[in-house]
Design a protein around this ligand. Structure first.
Ligand SMILES: [Zn+2]
Length: 101
């Protein structure tokens, strides 16, 4: 067995190995994802979804309170995630917050 990464135990006692600094328990993740998914794009990556949740963004319309830059800066959010969210907002006739001059 060649196990990589650090041994972690999730809050429900599952033991798993992860190299990432923000580990997701593979056994809990499917349920966790279901809970966080809401109306976010289905293809949004797990770290991106977590990043939104950590930033207290629990549904698509919460994104209208943040600028695109703030979202792009979230740890775990990549350019493809931002693109997906932009498209999802657009499809609902919403948009990221814009700076007021
Ligand atoms: Zn777990």
């Amino acid at each position: 067995m060649n196990q990589k990464g650090k041994k972690k135990t999730c809050s429900r006692g599952h033991i798993f190995y992860k190299t990432s600094t923000c580990p997701i328990c593979p056994q809990c993740w499917p349920g966790y994802r279901l809970k966080l998914q809401k109306d976010f794009p289905e293809k949004l990556s797990a770290p991106a979804l977590r990043a939104l949740h950590n930033a207290k963004i629990f549904k698509l319309s919460d994104l209208t309170k943040k600028t695109k830059e703030q979202i792009a800066d979230l740890h775990g959010m990549g350019p493809s995630g931002v693109r997906m969210l932009t498209a999802a907002l657009k499809s609902k006739k919403l948009s990221f917050k814009t700076y007021t001059k």
